[in-house]
Ligand binder design. Structure first.
Ligand SMILES: [Fe+2]
Length: 142
């Protein structure tokens, strides 16, 4: 069953970011399925690793653009990214060490976090990108 449903209101209008956000929803759904359907630890570990890797890539892309265009909220936004990355890496590490089980609470937490982040910090950043012509009307990077 799907957990993270994409809604039009999450759309920022900047295509690369929207596509990456949708992809993150997709990984969270796969992680959620792996847990709720009781898949083995190897599948969970693989999906968690994929989530971490893709999240790091996605955050780096946003951060690179924020630096390039001297976004005034950079430090704050990066701080939020770093905190989430650390949290998820810690969970994955503990899971690998057998110190912790990963449950559906994690996928619920990630879904809430992502939606909150998109509707808050990301929309704010995208507004700045739009005003500074980082992307055109089609939503493509200029
Ligand atoms: Fe972000």
């Amino acid at each position: 069953m799907k957990l993270a449903f994409w809604r039009p209101e999450y759309e920022t209008g900047f295509k690369p970011v929207d596509e990456q956000h949708k992809h993150l929803f997709d990984i969270i759904n796969r992680l959620h399925n792996a847990m709720s359907e009781g898949h083995g630890n190897d599948v969970l570990k693989e999906t968690l690793d994929e989530l971490i890797q893709y999240t790091v890539e996605h955050f780096s892309m946003e951060e690179k653009l924020m630096r390039e265009y001297e976004y005034p909220g950079y430090e704050e936004h990066k701080g939020v990214h770093d905190q989430l990355t650390k949290q998820v890496k810690d969970i994955a590490q503990k899971f690998e060490n057998g110190e912790r089980f990963v449950t559906v609470e994690l996928s619920h937490f990630l879904t809430k976090w992502l939606i909150h982040h998109i509707k808050g910090q990301d929309q704010k950043m995208i507004r700045f990108f739009r005003e500074n012509h980082v992307f055109d009307k089609e939503g493509t990077l200029v």
